[in-house]
Design a protein around this ligand. Sequence first.
Ligand code: SF4
Length: 468
Amino acid sequence: MFDKFREECGVFAIFGHSEAANLANLGIHALQHRGQESAGIAASDGTDVYCHKGMGHVADVFTPSAINSLPGRMAIGHTRYSTAGDTALLNAQPFCVTTNKGRIALAHNGNITNAMEVRRQLESEGAIFNASSDTEVVLHLISRSREKTLSAALRDALLQLEGAFSLVLISTRQLIVARDPHGFRPMAMGVLQVDPPAYVFASETCAFDLINASYLGEVEPGEMIIVDDDGMRRERYAPRRQKSQCVFEHVYFSRPDSIVFGRPVQKSREMMGRLLARQRATEADVVVPVPDSGVAAALGYAAEAGIPFRMGLIRNHYVGRTFIEPTQAIRDFGVKLKLNPVRHLLEGKRVVLVDDSIVRGTTSRKIVRMVRGAGAKQVHVRISCPPTISPCFYGVDTPKKEELIASRQSIESIREFLEADSLEYLSLEALAQAVQDERNEYCYACYTGSYPTDLVSVEDLVTAKLRR
Ligand code: SF4
């Protein structure tokens, strides 16, 4: 319903706690914003690996009896969003399989850009695939590795992959966590102070807060962490490469109460708002965010510009997908389901409307109309990142390039389309400054069209996106 890039997954892992599955359930509940279509947890009690997964939200999939069916002191969890047409349970994670390295369960966040190529090769050698997810490719590579230990086989597999992956894996004995050498997708490490300490890993630290775990730091790009009864070992499995952490995590995906890539998201977003205000002075009466993701940037903007911040749009969080549009067309029905203007805050005002991104532009136009319809005298749209001109191939669901309004229209024609009085995007330089990227460690490909890895074949990637 909302016109946004969509994160595709959230992952969580824990080792060394008697309530591992229960804590994994809480962990993925905190990561629900990263994927709402399926949820799964795998756990091990040292003799077998058990798995439960289903379509829907975490709270619907994990009843008390489902959690009780997952015994043991280690667990991994996953929330998934998949592209339209293929939300099959077959692709829900974790994937639990029996291999020649024993029973294992694997879940990952990201997109393996050479998965189709590797899959074709494996299929030509007789491999059979069940699902269309690139995660299955990793399992095949592990199983076929000549290495004797699971960690060595995983290393062997990962070295054959390109693209983005932050993955968690359990066997009956070990938890293994790994991040791709560019570090596209986040993965934080924490500890729960029980005796002995329980190690936890998650896409975002908001998952640690819920279970009272302390944040220890990041799993480094190209690093593999192995946790078992002998303790925790960190090793580099791949040569060091230029980091390419997804800047969109700070712009939009991650929760503002998370630390991502070692930096508080709220801090980045407020700074984006401040820099946006510095970029172009605007005479206005109120600063209004598009909730929820525009709030932090709007706070920064208002503080920097000295203009009052007002919640002039209220979001309804309880919108399902089952509404049928009334046959007698109600204009902007979809947006009205989610947002409602606070007329007395907007009437007669010059409004700075702050949002985090414009994808196709259709929703933004409806919101501008809504604000104007509530009596605003002027609407000045401010976007806390640069124009989005290119799709993502690293684990984010994006429309095709030609559907991105900024890939084919100038800023002035986008302003006209939005029916806004003015439009300003944050510059690329200011975005880098907002996330303190002095060492050029972030990916900005959706703003520049310049991708940090070889894409193998864009056709393959498009096919892969369609299949997921
Ligand atoms: S292309 Fe954009 S969304 Fe994808 S990883 Fe890079 S910054 Fe993130």
